[in-house]
Design a protein around this ligand. Structure first.
Ligand code: DOR
Length: 433
């Protein structure tokens, strides 16, 4: 089957930025060229999508989602998470292993891949656990996880506190050039904290998590990555200290990549004043100074990637008192407009914003996606950067509703998402479920 996407403004970071048509054949990109529609003969086997007024770019790649299957299907399944992904423009998502059971074995990895294949929406790439049961004690079978299809290892949600265990994990992972992702939190320093430690936590009487809980572990992990030569990926960077240390490490040539989540560059701990647990995540929302540092990190590419940390939790769980509610918010459907805000603010160009969602994450995990290069899978997004919409959690494709952005007016909307040349999402008037 041949498909031609015409009249769009194509942004293929580092390769093309301008008007062009995209020719797709048998699920793969065949060509990106101006005015292809004038050169190709109309035929019954040629389908056309008119992208006038739209940006056409590679499908987004999210290095950090939590789909709750197996084990917590009442929060999210692989099918509902994938539906939210493609509605947000994400065609590839890497799912963290904190399921039940934890993804620390071939059988869980294979189960996730099988469920993902059934949904036929986003490509779901599993991340295996670093340690058995993510308990931080004994290494998981990293080689087996790699062979089964894991694209990285992490105990996300939990730090690997034991530095020797982390050293060994990095050494093993290096043999497979697998990125190692550590949830950077010194659990002795974070203790029972439920929000950022600072003026707001003091005023609210909530136990705080200091910046140092993240900074200490970022420093340790950078030291270990430099020592072992492993590929380190730092998730959900939230502090000015982390940004500074990653910048210094990159300048020294350490093989590190870093991600920022939209909530960490869009909100501060002021959002917690209402005691709404939809503003509770880990790491927590920080201060203005941290938000500015994260934006600076994105601007100078210290922070390579925007990732969502999509972490669904049920409505009733988020209604618990703030300090006992679970950490995490959904993020797949709001990431695009929140990232486009950085363009409005002059922090990123539009092409850079697209790159942070496409080519940069693909490069970080060495994935063959996030590009419109001929021969690659035809995973694309058609988006309208100027369309406004209001976030209504009831209309989310996720099974969960836990967003701090309810009622926000967002600018930038996904109109169509294609995976392997097939339309898997298009904007329709949504009905509350
Ligand atoms: O807020 C978070 N939620 N941070 C994490 O690291 C884990 C995640 C989850 O699994 O809910």
């Amino acid at each position: 089957m041949t498909l031609l996407i015409t009249h769009g403004h194509v942004i293929d970071p580092g390769r093309w930025n301008g008007e062009a048509d995209v020719l797709i054949h048998d699920g793969r990109i065949k060509a990106v060229e101006p005015k292809l529609h004038a050169k190709l003969e109309q035929s019954a086997s040629l389908t056309t999508i008119d992208a006038t007024g739209l940006i056409v770019c590679p499908g987004f790649v999210d290095l950090h989602v939590h789909f709750r299957e197996p084990g917590f299907e009442y929060k999210e399944t692989i099918a509902t998470g994938s539906a939210a992904a493609v509605a947000g423009g994400f065609t590839t998502v890497c799912c963290m292993p904190n399921t039940r059971p934890v993804n620390d074995s071939r059988s869980v990895t294979e189960f996730i891949l099988a469920q993902a294949a059934l949904t036929k929406k986003a490509r779901v790439l599993p991340i295996g656990a670093i340690t058995k049961g993510s308990k931080g004690e004994e290494l998981a079978e990293i080689g087996e996880l790699y062979e089964a299809g894991c694209v990285a290892i992490s105990d996300d949600g939990m730090p690997v506190m034991n530095s020797l265990v982390m050293r060994r994990a990095m050494e093993y992972a290096s043999a497979f050039t697998l990125p190692v992702i550590d949830h950077c939190e010194d659990s002795h320093l974070s203790q029972d904290g439920s929000m950022n430690e600072g003026l707001v936590s003091t005023e609210l009487g909530l136990p705080g998590i200091p910046n140092a809980a993240e900074d200490v572990m970022v420093a340790r992990n950078l030291a270990l990555a430099e020592f072992t030569g492993a590929r380190l990926h730092l998730p959900h960077v939230s502090t000015a200290g982390s940004v500074r240390m990653v910048r210094e490490a990159k300048a020294r040539g350490v093989a590190v990549t870093a991600e920022a989540c939209p909530h960490h560059f869009s909100l501060t701990d002021e959002a917690v004043r209402s005691y709404d647990a939809n503003a509770k995540m880990n790491p927590p929302l920080r201060t203005d100074a941290d938000v500015l540092a994260v934006k600076d990190g994105l601007r100078d590419h210290t922070i390579d990637v925007v990732a969502t940390d999509h972490a669904p939790h049920a409505v009733q769980e988020k209604q618990w008192p703030f300090d006992s509610a679970p950490f995490g918010i959904i993020g797949l459907e709001t990431a695009l407009p929140l990232t486009l805000n950085l363009v409005e603010e002059g922090i990123l160009t539009l092409e850079q914003a697209v790159a942070k969602l496409t080519s940069a994450p693909a490069r970080a995990f060495n994935l063959p996606y996030g590009t419109l290069a001929p021969g690659t899978a035809a995973d694309l997004v058609l988006l309208n950067p100027n369309a406004s919409w209001i976030v209504d959690p009831a209309q989310s494709y996720s099974l969960s509703r836990n967003t701090p952005f309810a009622g926000w007016t967002m600018k930038g909307r996904v109109e169509k998402t294609l995976v392997g040349g097939a339309v898997v999402y298009e904007t329709l008037p949504r009905q509350p479920r």
